[in-house]
Design a protein around this ligand. Structure first.
Ligand code: FES
Ligand SMILES: [Fe+2]
Length: 372
């Protein structure tokens, strides 16, 4: 992307050098035309987290998921393979499945009962015997590419996108080295939040630690922020390692326990909180320019809820995530103010824990993705 293509705001053009750059102009957070470009340029062609393999234990189990405006479902086949398909019948477009459950041996459309095998072939279409030139093989479900990274499932709607492993090199290793029991992980808790904010504001907030000492008093009792460092920076993800303090009453920790986090392009953040092996996987599902749904999977060995995990869930769900939601909704309202268009990225050359350089990198990726 050439410098002259970076968008202008009232404080100047976005600059690829974070030390010089004003922030993303505020229209990027509420203009419906920019949102439509994000759908095409980002969500229809990136690898997006859609759930954990353990959420589909048996053949026939399915879950309906959304990737921004597109509805898909994940399904475990009779061969135990997990596949993904667009959730649309090839007859007249009715949605095939709803929510989650088991469709046993076949997927039957609730409108006119066209039936598909668990690997997506059309196997029954009532009263189609007399149709001319009708070949059921032409009406199979449209598959969606799916990657399994240490049990985490990522979908990509674009058949031409690069392989997951090529886009996120070493991610699986950072997970399995940090969490040796990850292969036994299951879902201990799941929760959802409907947030009145553009999805990028929520990702922005996860991408910087500058606000932590100010906005998260309880978290500051756990996180030794001086110990934070970026352990791996790739084009599509970053991996951070830090250490815990002794915690607080109700969550006592061995000081120096690992506290890790990952940010994954475009809309997933993961935390492994100190105290036990766990992974909090958070995805920001865009839902128009003004809303998003935050889905959280809290994963742990065998999905088992221990007292420590319960305390960590409280720290995340009742404390700092609620604090963050109030923050991002306030920022969303503020970004619509006539008195605000752009601020500055607060960065340092050492890329320290407090630096907003990850925020600047995220915005640069957004602008590159929109340069269709
Ligand atoms: S739309 Fe599915 S069978 Fe008619
Ligand atoms: Fe926060």
């Amino acid at each position: 992307m050439k410098i002259r293509d970076y968008p202008e705001g009232e404080r100047g053009a976005f600059n690829p050098d974070a030390l010089l750059s004003p922030t993303l102009p505020s229209r990027y957070y509420h203009d419906p035309a920019i949102y439509r470009r994000e759908l095409r340029g980002i969500f229809h062609k990136s690898w997006c987290y859609v759930g954990h393999a353990g959420q589909l234990p048996e053949p026939g189990d399915y879950r309906v998921e959304r990737v921004a405006d597109q509805c898909i479902f994940l399904l475990r086949g009779e061969d135990s393979e997990i596949r993904a398909f667009f959730n649309v019948c090839q007859h007249r477009g009715h949605e095939l499945l709803d929510g989650q459950g088991s469709c046993r041996k076949r997927i039957v459309c609730p409108y006119h009962a066209w039936s598909y095998s668990l690997d997506g072939r059309l196997i029954q279409a009532p009263h189609t015997e007399q149709l001319q030139g009708f070949d059921p093989a032409d009406f199979a479900l449209r598959p969606v590419r799916l990657a399994n990274c240490a049990g985490l499932l990522f979908a990509n709607l674009d058949n031409d996108a690069a392989e997951f492993a090529q886009e996120y090199p070493g991610l699986q290793e950072t997970l399995s080295e940090s969490l040796p029991t990850i292969d036994s992980f299951g879902t201990a808790f799941q929760f959802d939040y409907d947030i009145a904010a553009n999805w990028k504001i929520v990702v922005d907030n996860f991408s910087e630690g500058y606000h932590i000492p100010v906005a998260h008093r309880k978290l500051t009792q756990v996180l030794d922020s001086g110990s934070g460092r970026c352990a791996r920076q790739e084009r599509r993800y970053a991996f951070f390692e830090s250490r815990s303090k002794a915690g607080y009453e109700g969550l006592e920790l061995e000081p120096g326990s690992p506290y890790r986090s990952w940010t994954l392009w475009p809309n997933t953040c993961m935390l492994s909180l100190p105290g036990c092996e766990n992974l909090v996987v958070i995805r920001m599902a865009a839902n128009g320019p003004d809303r998003c749904r935050e889905h959280v999977d809290l994963l742990a060995a065998n999905g088992e809820v221990t007292p420590t995990l319960e305390a960590l869930k409280g720290l995340f769900a009742d404390q700092f995530n609620s604090e963050d939601i109030a923050i991002v909704e306030s920022v969303h309202r503020g970004l619509k103010s006539l008195a605000y268009d752009q601020g500055r990225y607060v960065v340092d050359q050492k890329d320290g824990w407090y630096s907003e350089s990850g925020l600047h990198r995220f915005h640069r990726s957004i602008l590159e993705a929109l340069d269709e």
